[in-house]
Design a protein around this ligand. Structure first.
Ligand code: NAD
Length: 348
């Protein structure tokens, strides 16, 4: 069963919970917005389902309830920020705002962040720049989840990467992806359904590729998207986030669900001001033309529609902002347990 809620109701609930543990209203609003956006876009793995773990980590002092962000280096188009373990969403928002401002002045900018936390969906930050007629590249590292190609030990995160570009079409073009082939949740789903998983999704604990979901879940691994190419991309994202920011990377980062220690997560925000390259409206028109080539391409048998990156999620979001956002029974139960522990009204 799934209950549907208006975005405003979920927003009020989440803000109340965050403010109860000392998060200032403005910062609660930023954290909440990324979660509601994720749920609205159908990315429930990064929606309100994460609120209980964020609160636990705030209560432990692993995520600061009030952000403290310092600018460690500031040099024309580049900057390095230290998030001092503030909420990832708040730190990443400040970093992207700074990247947008710098790109407006210098044409291109890169703002690197260390000592942040989980920032939710990378799309949120990339879209901020696309709405200002800029191209954005956003990335983050995570706790290790994947082995290198041929390995049998978790060394690399499924490091999310988002690239957004404006278009005169209905929406910006927005690629937003993890660098694992699939989330672990899809492997759990296959196991529960009693079906095999496709080649390339997972390996068993010895590192051997497998199509048996149980072997993946029993000490095995999710694998990088596209084999060694995805492994290479995940490694480069580590270099462009944890290494270049002076933060933690790879095996230095504990799981978000390890409640015995802090996580130090790094991000990189790159913004490109299109007007330094060409007329912005012309770019947006050409971006739409490119989209048209994709949308109008000859379809393979049985295929009804071709989509641009981000298009499916924009469509789901548009519907759900009027019809309501579904919350699964399990997530609802967890949210109400959380509300009860904080003596707050339930989400009913
Ligand atoms: N903060 C973190 O640590 C972290 C870690 C991993 C992932 N994430 C987030 O998780 C989310 C989910 O990532 P994912 O890789 O599971 O996403 P996904 O596999 O659902 O989609 C990846 C991309 O493929 C596009 N796509 C999907 N089907 C398509 C089709 N038929 N035609 C054209 N394009 C299509 C989507 O629009 C999207 O841009 C992202 O928002 C990511 O930022 C965050």
């Amino acid at each position: 069963m799934k209950m549907q809620y208006k975005a405003s109701k979920l927003r009020d609930f989440s803000n109340r919970v965050l403010m109860k543990v000392g998060v200032p209203e403005e910062e609660a609003e930023i954290i909440t917005t990324t979660m509601i956006e994720a749920d609205a876009r159908g990315i429930h793995s990064h929606g309100l389902m994460r609120l209980p773990i964020y609160i636990q980590r705030i209560q432990k002092g692993y995520i600061r309830n009030e952000a403290e962000i310092t600018v460690e280096k500031d040099n024309k188009g580049t900057a390095v920020l230290d998030g001092h373990f503030s909420a990832g969403q708040v730190v990443a928002t400040k970093a992207m705002d700074m990247a947008i401002e710098k790109a407006g002045e210098y044409g291109i900018s890169a703002v690197s962040v260390r000592n942040s936390n989980h920032f939710g969906i990378a799309a949120h930050y990339a879209l901020k720049a696309a709405k200002k007629n800029m191209i954005a590249i956003v990335m983050s590292n995570t706790a290790p989840l994947m082995p290198p190609t041929g390995g049998a030990e978790k060394v690399l995160g499924n490091n999310p990467l988002a690239i957004a570009a404006p278009s005169s079409g209905k929406n910006p073009v927005l690629l937003d992806m993890a660098l694992s082939n699939v989330a672990l949740g899809k492997i759990i789903f296959a196991k529960n359904k009693g079906v095999l998983i496709p080649d390339g999704w997972g390996a068993d604990k010895s590192g051997a590729p497998t199509t048996d979901p149980s072997s993946v879940l029993d000490g095995g691994f999710v694998l990088p998207v596209g084999g060694p190419k995805g492994f290479g991309l995940a490694l480069m994202v580590e270099l462009l986030t944890g290494v270049i920011s002076g933060g933690d990377f790879s095996k230095m980062i504990p799981s978000m669900y390890d409640l015995s220690q802090k996580q130090s997560i790094s991000h990189l925000m790159i913004a490109i001001d299109i007007s330094f390259f060409m007329d912005v409206d012309r770019f947006k028109g050409l971006s739409e033309t490119l989209g048209g080539y994709v949308k109008n391409a000859i379809k393979a048998p049985g295929v009804e529609d071709l989509y641009l990156p981000g298009e499916i999620e924009f469509g789901v979001e548009e519907k759900r902002m009027t019809s309501g956002i579904p919350v699964s029974d399990g997530v609802l139960e967890d949210l109400n347990k959380l509300a009860s522990s904080l003596e707050l009204p339930f989400l009913d």
